[in-house]
Ligand binder design. Structure first.
Ligand code: NAD
Ligand code: LMR
Length: 329
């Protein structure tokens, strides 16, 4: 039986993340090796020609799962019938900028895109916001899509999650595959809190196994939280292939489920769990099954973690207030 292709919309398709992402979507890494996809690319008019060039290269790969590519400079058309929407298109920060500096510049993009998703996306649409400031951009888009269930709007902290796995695996001298239950809390920003108090290395508590508070405070947390800036400093451009890979991981896990005995990190709309104000789009430990996510409940939060979660969540509340003042929500 031939399956109906899944419509995947990618915004910012001609950008650097787009270039790393589209080939993996088309080769089956996003949804599965037996799921055909139809790509719908959204760009600003000036970048449509570059997107056309990428589409030519996609054709030239002769991916068996790629059933077609359409390119748009109109959000309403790009999101028509979309099942998976990857909102990447936004201006990345450059050296010396904080993500907050992008609030106004990029906020304006996500209101019309939320409206377009509301008007035309498929009933089962799942949205991942990658463009920064990702959590607040997701909040803006979600608040302009009242007919779409709020839980379908998510923002990406999987890159932070993967960065945390990589740092911990180096410290402990184990494979990333030996680590389970890593958590990123809060905002995709320097205030984020990578939490190893619930993580496990080969079934044993990670914080106890490592047993190095100085490393945790002075090395692990700042390295993970400031990795985006370190990449910009080193590469002269923000992370691209690793961000694309994390976007693939995020959607793949959302659609196909988390493995037994572990969880992932996703920024999702808060229901008030762990004291995060309802409605904020904050990163939590989540499990996924049958295309739905659930926040992991009942974790004990120590004072060290509490202070850091609160700081990041306070920043999210400030960003929400700022975009409210700008009339974006
Ligand atoms: P880029 O500048 O290379 O590409 C962005 C693309 O978006 C450009 O081609 C631009 O024309 C397009 N664009 C701008 N406005 C648009 C609109 N209204 N509709 C459609 N397309 C539009 O940037 P990049 O390196 O690909 O990064 C994209 C975004 O992802 C940035 O905001 C960056 O900060 C963010 N990012 C997030 C994470 C994360 O972990 N959440 C990681 C890395 C980068
Ligand atoms: C990242 O984490 O690499 C991105 O969000 C880029 C940035 O501005 O830090």
């Amino acid at each position: 039986m031939t399956r109906t292709p899944v419509n995947v919309t990618v915004t910012g398709a001609a950008g650097q993340i787009g270039y790393a992402l589209l080939f993996r979507i088309a080769s089956g890494h996003l949804l599965g090796a037996d799921v055909p996809v139809r790509l719908r690319l959204l760009e600003i008019p000036q970048a449509v020609k570059a997107a056309e060039g990428t589409a030519m290269e996609l054709d030239d790969c002769a991916f068996p799962l790629l059933s077609g590519i359409d390119i748009f400079d109109d959000a309403a058309k790009a999101f028509e019938g979309t099942n998976v929407a990857l909102l990447v298109g936004a201006r990345p920060r450059t050296k010396g900028m904080e993500r907050g500096d992008l609030l106004e510049a990029n906020g304006g993009i996500f209101k019309p895109q939320g409206e377009a998703i509301n008007a035309g996306a498929a009933d089962d649409v799942k949205v991942l916001v990658v463009g920064n400031p990702a959590n607040t951009n997701a909040l803006i888009a979600q608040s302009h899509a009242p007919d779409v269930p709020a839980e379908r709007f998510t923002a990406m902290t999987r890159l932070d999650h993967n960065r945390a796995l990589a740092q911990l695996s180096k410290k402990a001298g184990v494979s990333v595959a030996d680590i389970k239950k890593m958590t990123i809390w809060g905002n995709h920003s320097a205030t984020q809190y990578p939490d190893i108090f619930h993580a496990e290395i080969n079934g044993k508590n990670a914080a106890e196994t490592v047993n190095d508070q100085a490393w945790l405070e002075n090395d692990f947390i700042p390295t993970v939280a400031k990795r985006g800036a370190a990449i910009i400093e080193a590469r002269g451009a923000s992370s691209a292939a690793s961000a694309a890979s994390a976007a693939i991981d995020h959607v793949h896990t959302w659609v196909n489920g988390t493995a037994e005995g572990t969880w992932t990190s996703m920024a999702v709309v808060s229901d008030g769990s762990y004291g995060v104000p309802e409605g904020l789009i904050s990163s939590f430990p989540v499990t996924t099954k049958d295309g739905k996510w659930e926040i992991v409940q009942g974790l004990e939060i120590n004072d060290f973690s509490r202070a850091r979660i609160d700081a990041s969540v306070n920043e999210l509340a400030e960003e929400r207030d700022a975009v409210r003042k700008l009339g974006l929500i």
